[in-house]
Design a protein around this ligand. Structure first.
Ligand SMILES: Nc1nc2c(ncn2[C@@H]2O[C@H](COP(=O)(O)OP(=O)(O)OP(=O)(O)O)[C@@H](O)[C@H]2O)c(=O)[nH]1
Ligand SMILES: [Zn+2]
Length: 181
């Protein structure tokens, strides 16, 4: 069965009439939307980075802040929305700026939990850059906690992953947290 046919069954399961005017085309649109939101499954790191790695002497921290993030929680298939901060300490190579955001998207556009998303982004940046350290901090609001369940509108989840120098050196970590603010 195609994704579209499954959505028709879901509408029926909800007691709706998939043939009524307003829902005509909905299974097709919903399938397309879901495929878009999960497009990260068909992407890979090499294609995303596309060779945009540049030689550089700098060993100072590079931080890309406030990367907006839309993902889907794998427990409820509901969105979680927030921002990611990604930092690394170059080790001879720097990554094209936009590629950091593309890596975030590649993993966010999958069914996720926030902790795994954070780790996958950190490990990918580490793998691509060979950095001395990588840090990823994500702050997000989960619709599964807001629209249903405990219905908490003001809580957000913060998750962080620190690799290399960010894990081993408290001063580096403190500098990062200061820069993120
Ligand atoms: N750690 C973590 N938990 C998540 C994330 N997204 C959703 N969850 C949680 O996954 C858990 C699933 O718990 P269950 O008890 O199986 O599901 P549920 O009955 O729908 O839970 P409630 O949301 O408490 O109603 C819930 O506590 C969610 O808040 C995430 O990104 N990270
Ligand atoms: Zn959820």
């Amino acid at each position: 069965m195609s994704l579209e046919q499954h959505y028709t069954a879901i509408l029926e399961g909800l007691g709706e009439d998939p043939t009524r005017e307003g829902l005509h085309g909905t299974p097709k649109r919903a399938a397309k939307a879901m495929q878009y939101l999960c497009q990260g499954y068909s992407q890979n790191l090499d294609e995303i980075v596309n060779g945009a790695l540049f030689t550089s002497d700098t060993s100072e921290m590079v931080l890309v802040k406030n990367i907006e993030l839309y993902s889907l929680c794998e427990h409820h298939l509901l969105p979680f929305i927030g921002k990611a901060h990604v930092a690394y300490l170059p080790n001879g190579k720097v990554l094209g700026l936009s590629k950091v955001a593309r890596i975030v998207d590649m993993f966010a556009r999958r069914l996720q939990i926030q902790e795994n998303l954070s780790r996958q982004i950190a490990e990918a940046v580490q793998q691509v850059t060979g950095a001395m350290g990588v840090a990823v901090v994500i702050e997000a609001q989960h619709m599964c906690m807001m629209m249903r369940g405990v219905e908490k509108q003001n809580s957000s989840m913060v998750s962080s992953v620190m690799l290399g120098e960010f894990r081993n050196n408290p001063a580096t970590r403190a500098e990062l947290l200061h820069l993120i603010g």
